[in-house]
Design a protein around this ligand. Structure first.
Ligand code: MG
Length: 203
């Protein structure tokens, strides 16, 4: 199982980190060991003093494919979930400054929070999905899929040029503005619309 993550897919978040707007999707992968087991707390890793939350809509692939055309991409997923792409921002900045890969800032154990349930795409307006993150009962991020620079279908078409997409692969589709640091005892709750998708305690 592969976990793809799209970076810089919301213009306002791209700007808040001082990055340029990409002309094609930017992505990286996390290993399957990054998945946070359901109900487990998120443990701040010892190698970072600046772990950020990034709430993201997540596509689950349900059909194998390669070189998928954008017009057929919708056939390759049926459900949308919600996750957090936990990021060691200090480690990432250091890697970026040196022109090195970001893997260790993004792919560590527990860095991929994922909702226990997914929502059937036919129960959603894919071009208008509201989602949000609460930290300690205060809303810290709010996004809408209409603001994505690259749509779900464009992302699938692009990734499948390079990788065979397989059943169960996950695609984190990028975070809106408002990313920030977590500290011990924080409680994070993710929502699609009004529906609570996950809750995680930081330790
Ligand atoms: Mg992200």
């Amino acid at each position: 199982m592969k976990i793809f993550c799209i970076g810089r897919n919301y213009a306002n978040h791209t700007k808040e980190l001082g990055n340029a707007i990409p002309s094609e999707p930017l992505f990286f992968l996390k290993p399957d060991t990054a998945i946070q087991p359901k109900g487990h707390p998120f443990f701040i890793p010892h190698f970072s003093d600046d772990i950020h939350y990034e709430v993201e809509l997540v596509i689950k692939i349900h059909k194998t494919g390669k070189h998928i055309e954008e017009q057929f991409a919708h056939k390759y997923y049926s459900e949308i979930g919600l996750g957090i792409d936990f990021t060691a921002r200090d480690v990432q900045q250091e890697c970026k400054a040196k022109g090195l890969p970001w893997e260790k800032a993004k792919g560590f154990d527990g860095s991929a929070q994922i909702s226990g349930t997914f929502i059937n795409k036919f129960d959603l307006d894919l071009d208008n999905i509201n989602f949000s993150l609460e930290k300690n009962h205060e809303q810290v991020q709010i996004g809408n899929s209409k603001d994505m620079l690259f749509s779900f279908d464009k992302i699938i078409a692009y990734l499948s040029k390079f990788y065979t997409l397989k059943i169960g692969d996950l695609i984190y589709t990028g975070t809106p503005e408002g990313v920030g640091k977590v500290k011990k005892k924080d409680s994070l709750k993710g929502f699609i619309g009004e529906k609570e998708m996950f809750k995680v305690l930081v330790k």
